[in-house]
Ligand binder design. Sequence first.
Ligand code: HEM
Length: 525
Amino acid sequence: MSLTGVDVIQGYLTLVLVCFVAFLLWFVTTIGTRYWQRSCVPYIEGRPVVGNFLEAILMRKSMFDLMDELYESDRVRDSALFGISKLITPTLVLREPELIKQILIKDAAFFSNRTMCTDPHGDPIGYYNLLMIRNPLWKQLRSYLTPSLSLSKIKQMYPLVAQVGVDMVASLDALPEVRPGVRETEFKELSARYTTDVIASTFFGIRSNCLQDTESEFRHYGRKIFEYGPGRGMTMASFFFMPELVPYLRLKLFPRDTELFLKTIIEQEIARREKSGESRGDFIDSMITLKNNNATLGVEKKIPLKGDVLVAQAATFYMASFETTSSVLSFALYELTRNPDVQRKLRDEVRTLVQKYGQDIPYEALNNEMPYLGTVISETARLYPVLPFLERQCSVPDGATGYKLEPHHDFVIPNKMPILIPIYAIHRDPKYFPNPHQFDPDRFSKENLDQIQPCTYMPFGVGPRTCLGSHFGTLQIKIALVKLLSKYRLERSASTPEKLTYRKNAFTLQSNEGLYADLVEDILY
Ligand code: HEM
């Protein structure tokens, strides 16, 4: 059978079509890199489709290690800022502390939104909360919620947290002895159960018993939020990588059954208190006050703070507080195990306070008379920040071309461009923290504090959108460390890891290894 002229023409047309589609694909999927090629900003070339995140998407590297490598790359090491591609989206990364200060503090009004987002209609519990919500609603919501974590509220919660500290030590006492007076534990699970019990008690007025019962419902649902199996991992990645598509993909920030669990608990507890008239001055009381005051969000369209919008606040406090606090606590215990001198110094400080006040150290003494404890926590949060980066989006008024970085740089950040501040990499940059991999709490001693350059230490973020629970999280860690060290000395066990690697499918810092140690009974009097 011979080819006709029509066959040949069809063949050419197909070839042209294939080439055109291939070109179109290449054109669309390299938008990020081509954007940076045209700009005055140094950049690291990304690949088509995945941009600079191939290793993270294939789970070959953790997001922490990947950002650290980009930050350290020779191409951008000497620049104040650099460009990358988040899939196909051009994304700016800031390196220079002065620039970070400008964006996060000085001109924070133009950068108060995060890019990460979900759909307010399809996922109201995931959207109407501080983590996700966008301005002007964020500002309003933040002012409603700030009083629920004020210093006086935290002081009120102190006895409740201290009680969970006592429960934690009791749960350790109940462990079988591996040798006389020696028990072995794993700090990640211990810390997660401790912080979950704290949240249940202080925010929801419930004893969740995670420390006694490993199958507790609270622990089960907490674990589900941060379990990054393939489905959940893809969902969480979508909020970061392609927030524009989230409404079409019908994704939700919280797993559906976790949402239902929290909704039931909160609605039941609110109804119970309204019926009984009981008041504990806690988070649930703050929510009841907002509801009864007919608080609303928004100017033109007013969204009442009740129903799902109230549940959203509780769900976020649950999500934002438990994994973060337990992560820092478990790494602090791990570093104390590996650094006996630091542990000895801290136990000496605890001993002084126990001798002065007995086992019930007052709130003020914990905060004002234990400087070394504070430095141990600060150093842990430097070495192990819970997030790889802070994240913002440029949001200039409609009609403006963008945000001018002058006098620091000629670049004009276009509206809606995502901005990353790589805190993990900055915390480990020897320029700011000499010998950065060494655990050295004295960096944060009173005498050395002025050597820390502003905007190089940001474990809780900085500026108006900083962590709302930093004081409360720190208090929980302080109580746990003091209670535990008053009774036990930490020693390396055969299972204590020498070196840590990080989980490749998690957005918060989690080690692959179990953080095991021996607890040697050694009561401080
Ligand atoms: C050691 C423990 C904690 C660490 C290291 C931590 C860290 C962070 C970080 C890095 C951010 C992002 C800040 C930014 O974008 O600039 C954040 C935000 C937030 N954190 Fe924490 N956090 C901790 C504990 C808590 C606790 C106990 C709560 C209690 C509710 C909490 C509630 C929040 C909220 C609501 C936000 C969002 C704030 C906003 O966007 O307005 N965090 N946290």
